[in-house]
Design a protein around this ligand. Structure first.
Ligand SMILES: [Fe+2]
Length: 342
């Protein structure tokens, strides 16, 4: 173990000698200074090698009490023991308030000195260890946070790529919905720009828009692409796609946030939709957004049974169905901000 290094500062040569003898005998390395200026100079060169300062208060030139705050400010990790005249308790207490670790009254007794030095050094060491542990912890924590952020971002990118691939499979199956999912995503995100959504909600809205019709994977292509009017049974089969979609993704933890959009994007604001007949704000906001985007794009795209409708017609339909099929506030946002023009 490294020998601990103490600087003593006293104008009285006899006291300097006594301190040196006691401390060296106790295996400390000792440097002697005769006044405050000499001490400050010595610290300028060697502060990192100093473990403790013993500082006399009454000295010619700078007094110990003048030097104390300078050292305490510039070398806060070096503890200082002040030496006061016997019975000057008041000054000793004052020095502690100014940052001294402890004080000793003259004449200094050997046992008292060594006990005080040992105690102050141990306390300083303990504080250094605490501060090191704190720094190590902080660095470790920052490193962990960075790695977590990176991992999260990779997972999110992978999840979005998977979602895009899945939505592509729906479009492959239902030829008339080519590009539908990605247009719903664009429209939904445009509407969301006018709402106070968190970035997490925006991610759910984006993925949910792409995945909303995932349940169509389980419906036969003959029904999906049928040009003629659907039979009652066929229509009933198509209406099963929200629940079928839930069954496809419900066991994938990463996709759980998208379940409400997948299950409820055919609900109506007046409660007459399916599969749950949810009404008004019972339908989550993100779902209500996707419903408008989905319906608008369905109207303005070519379907197996009809040509694409003009945008003007589709916006009129949104207005007519505001408050019945759609959330009126979202219809207003859609129309007022001409989102249909994108
Ligand atoms: Fe759908």
């Amino acid at each position: 173990m490294r020998q601990q290094h103490i600087i003593t500062t006293d104008d009285d040569p006899a006291i300097r000698k006594v301190l040196e003898l006691i401390l060296m005998k106790a295996d400390y390395q000792v440097t002697k200074c005769t006044n405050g200026d000499e001490l400050l100079e010595s610290l300028l060169e060697n502060s990192e090698k100093i473990d403790l300062i013993i500082l006399d208060i009454k000295m010619p030139g700078k007094s110990g009490l003048e030097v104390l705050p300078i050292i305490h400010r510039n070398y806060p990790s070096i503890p200082i023991i002040m030496m006061t005249a016997f019975s000057d308790l008041e000054t000793g207490m004052h020095s502690i308030r100014e940052g001294a670790a402890d004080f000793l009254s003259k004449p200094v007794r050997k046992a008292e000195l060594l006990d005080c030095v040992k105690r102050v050094l141990a306390k300083a060491q303990e504080e250094r260890a605490k501060s090191n542990a704190f720094n190590i912890n902080t660095t470790y924590q920052k490193d962990l946070e960075f790695k977590l952020d990176e991992a999260y971002s990779t997972i999110m990118k992978t999840a979005m790529a998977t979602i895009e691939a899945l939505s592509e499979t729906i479009e492959q199956k239902d030829v008339y919905t080519k590009g539908h999912c990605s247009r719903v995503r664009t429209l939904a995100l445009k509407i969301a720009e006018f709402l106070p959504l968190s970035s997490e909600e925006m991610i759910i809205l984006e993925g949910g828009s792409l995945l909303h019709d995932i349940g169509k994977i389980g419906i036969s292509e003959q029904i999906l692409n049928k040009k003629e009017l659907l039979t009652k049974e066929e229509y009933a089969t198509i209406k099963l796609h929200p629940e079928a979609g839930v069954k496809i993704v419900e066991y994938i933890d990463l996709f759980k946030p998208y379940l409400p959009i997948i299950r409820n994007h055919h609900e109506r604001f007046d409660g007459k939709g399916y599969p749950d007949g949810l009404k008004g704000k019972e339908i989550p906001l993100l779902v209500r957004i996707v419903t408008i985007a989905d319906s608008f794009d369905a109207m303005t795209s070519t379907r197996p049974y009809r040509e694409a409708l003009p945008k003007e017609f589709a916006t009129e339909e949104l207005k007519i169905s505001s408050g019945t099929q759609f959330d009126p506030r979202l219809v207003d946002i859609f129309i007022d901000n001409e989102i249909y023009d994108h």
